[in-house]
Design a protein around this ligand. Structure first.
Ligand code: ATP
Ligand code: MG
Length: 675
């Protein structure tokens, strides 16, 4: 109980970032970062804020609400029904409506924005920069659509895209959408085995790939990995379309490999008519990150996704046509699908496609892009910000960021110290938003396009309209009230844009997501969370990672958050390890901002003690880690998420299991050695 009170206190004391009303009017903002503590009065606030009111309406008056939102999309044929939920938990949104993602992203803006930049490609890897106007984009997408069509690709066929961050990858995605073909983008960093699994799952007619990518100045060949994957696959493609960047020499496979440049020349000027899809027809398949186990192939619809993105570009990202959007994710992840490619383009914005790391040539590169391209909205991941924490802080102040309205961060818990650090450094609002590959767009977020409500560091704010999110007791399925911790679940139907099923496996969809909460068919996020008295939500870690120390249940994130408060720490991971006496004990692994300052073992010992005391003070002795070890890197997935299950296994002397999505296996070795 004492622990719960402490957490509550900590949440209430979270810094409140108040932004002036001018944000709503789209004017430059003055940020009033206050150490304001929520007064008792605020806790008793009788009325809902406008974000909560919008949310309530979206749940209580689904039809009316989503009918209005759907007006943000072009419908070739109007829908006859907003929602068909006759077969729960399968939802069909905008039944009978016919639309097309490519048309909404490209053609629709030709009348008003033909010559405005639509896609800007910046590569610090190969020192190149190309701007494509909407007209250029139209031309390129049509050419690729013609190439694919010539290979027999038609509506419903799968096309696998295994590409680095180059414009051709975006053209290929949009070309698939134009044809009604289903794309399956596989993150470029994956090795042959992962790729072969995804090839077999999708059985693509064509694969689009490049000779190579480049990361941190080092060429990473793609083509040989693909060749190997195709050799492993049971259901290989008939054709492979290769973008030859001249980075890696290869021998084309006769009769199978096609050269992108030659075909582009051949099909330049081609116009491929849009294939209108019924709203529920699939647009793409995309795999989850594989942090907790075998990745799941998420299937997305067409109309619902278009509506969710068009709507979120305004209500969550507070943007308008003509704005510039920079998202530093990868097209291989859901954030890249939704907010590098489809969201900004459907919203009539310029999207920046960045090939490079956040620290090369130096830790100021992202901010220099904001200055140069007058970026209005930026989207990145907490993991990128934690990397920057190890670099020169003055770089945050070096560039003119006056056009930037806010920095959105998602993908992992955004701990309060990191949020504070980047907020102070940039002087712009930081918007933590929580979602999953499955949902396609944010479940929890501040929504400045609806209203300017203060944010609290450590919290992704409020439920997003359409998501009937609840905190439930894992054992009974009962709804929990404020300040109670439980599993975060969504009462179906899932809103437009969320996954419609697992590709090729409806039974697994129901089994995986809708069968874990007793007595209720609700969608489980498998994350643990709580909300406070003001309705702000907190994600406390994954349900798998909840630790049980002497009867107290703790989310790993709560302890990590405490550890990260230490000025020397850049990031940390906490896991629960089996303990004969206490059931489980917490063990922490920390990466230091500057490891050089702690070269002596006594210094590290003292630091470990200091960190433990810090956790003691903030959460109570029960949360104190049994050990804190120092490493130079944490084992993460290629999408930047900490692989806690692998850390636990190694700590308990077990086999870490499936590691195909790990970024750097040596980080796991370090964990082993540090014990
Ligand atoms: P898999 O489902 O295959 O194990 P994954 O869950 O890591 O992999 P993603 O869909 O990429 O795959 O990640 C979604 C998860 O990331 C969420 O369920 C949550 O655990 C975490 N997450 C995302 N955004 C946030 C956020 N803002 N705060 C806290 N956690 C977040
Ligand atoms: Mg997941």
């Amino acid at each position: 109980m004492k622990l719960l009170q402490m957490i509550e206190k900590k949440q209430r004391n979270s810094r409140v970032v108040a932004r002036s009303e001018s944000l709503v009017q789209g004017l430059p903002v003055t940020i009033l970062v206050q150490k304001a503590i929520f007064a008792k009065k605020a806790l008793e606030r009788p009325t809902m804020n406008p974000i909560q009111a919008t949310h309530q309406r979206s749940i209580q008056q689904k039809d009316a609400f989503w009918r209005e939102e759907a007006a943000g999309v072009h419908w070739e044929t109007p829908f006859t029904e907003v929602l068909d939920y006759s077969n729960p938990p399968f939802a069909r949104w905008f039944v009978g409506g016919r639309t097309n993602l490519c048309f909404n992203a490209v053609d629709r803006w030709l009348d008003t924005q033909a010559d405005d930049p639509a896609l800007v490609w910046v590569s610090t890897e190969v020192e190149q920069e190309v701007t494509y106007s909407r007209r250029d984009l139209y031309r390129e997408v049509n050419a690729v659509a013609a190439m694919l069509q010539a290979q027999g690709v038609v509506r419903g066929d799968r096309v696998l895209i295994y590409m680095p961050m180059v414009p051709e990858a975006v053209f290929a995605m949009l070309a698939c959408a134009r044809l009604g073909a289903i794309h399956s983008v596989v993150f470029g960093g994956f090795a042959s085995v992962n790729l072969a699994q995804r090839i077999d799952d999708a059985s693509p007619k064509v694969i689009v790939c490049a000779d190579a990518g480049s990361r941190g100045g080092k060429v990473t060949p793609y083509k040989p990995l693909l060749d190997k994957a195709i050799a492993l696959a049971q259901r290989p493609p008939a054709k492979v379309l290769v973008v030859n960047r001249g980075l890696f020499a290869f021998e084309p496979v006769a009769g199978r490999d096609l050269d992108y440049a030659s075909l582009r020349h051949q099909y330049e000027g081609a116009v491929v008519p849009v294939t209108w899809l019924e709203s529920s027809e699939p647009s793409y398949v995309l795999y989850t990150s594989g942090t907790t186990g075998k990745p799941k192939g998420v299937q997305r619809d067409t109309g619902g996704y278009a509506v969710a993105l068009a709507s979120s570009m305004q209500r969550i990202f507070n943007g308008k046509p003509g704005d510039t959007y920079l998202c530093t994710s990868d097209i291989g992840w859901v954030v890249g699908h939704s907010y590098i490619v489809y969201g900004p383009l459907i919203g009539g914005q310029t999207t920046i496609l960045y090939e490079g790391t956040p620290v090369r040539p130096d830790g100021g590169i992202l901010w220099s892009l904001v200055e140069r391209f007058k970026v209005n909205t930026m989207f990145s991941a907490p993991t990128a910000i934690r990397v920057l924490k190890k670099h020169d802080e003055s770089l945050l102040k070096k560039y003119d960021l006056s056009t930037l309205r806010a920095l959105y961060l998602a993908g992992e818990p955004l701990d309060e110290p990191t949020a504070q650090w980047i907020s102070d450094g940039l002087g712009r609002p930081i918007i933590d938003n929580y979602w999953q590959t499955e949902t396609g767009w944010p479940i929890l977020a501040a929504q400045p396009g609806i209203a300017n409500v203060p944010t609290k560091f450590g919290s992704p704010s409020f439920p997003v309209y359409g998501f009937d999110v609840r905190v439930l007791n894992e054992e009974t399925g009962a709804d929990l009230g404020p300040n109670q911790k439980g599993v975060v679940a969504i009462v179906p139907p899932l809103p437009p844009g969320a996954m419609t099923t697992i590709w090729g496996d409806d039974a697994r969809f129901v089994e995986t997501y809708f069968s874990s909460v007793p007595g209720r068919q609700v969608y489980s996020t498998f994350d643990w969370g709580s909300k406070d008295d003001d309705g702000y939500w907190f994600i406390l870690g994954r349900t798998d990672d909840v630790i049980n120390v002497a009867g107290h249940r703790l989310g790993t994130r709560e302890i990590e958050e405490s550890i990260n408060c230490h000025a020397a720490v850049a990031e940390s991971a906490v896991v629960g390890i089996a303990d004969q006496l206490k059931g489980q004990v917490a063990v922490g692994f920390a990466v230091l901002k500057d490891a050089g300052l702690f070269s002596q073992s006594e210094q590290l010992l003292k630091l470990e003690g200091d960190i433990m005391r810090l956790v003691d003070e903030q959460l109570g002795p029960v949360a104190r880690p049994a050990r804190v070890r120092f490493v130079t890197a944490l084992p993460k997935t290629r999408s930047g998420k900490v692989l806690r299950r692998a850390i636990v296994a190694v700590c308990e002397g077990r086999d870490p299991g499936d590691l195909t999505t790990i970024e750097d296996p040596s980080a796991l070795e370090q964990i082993k050695d540090s014990l």
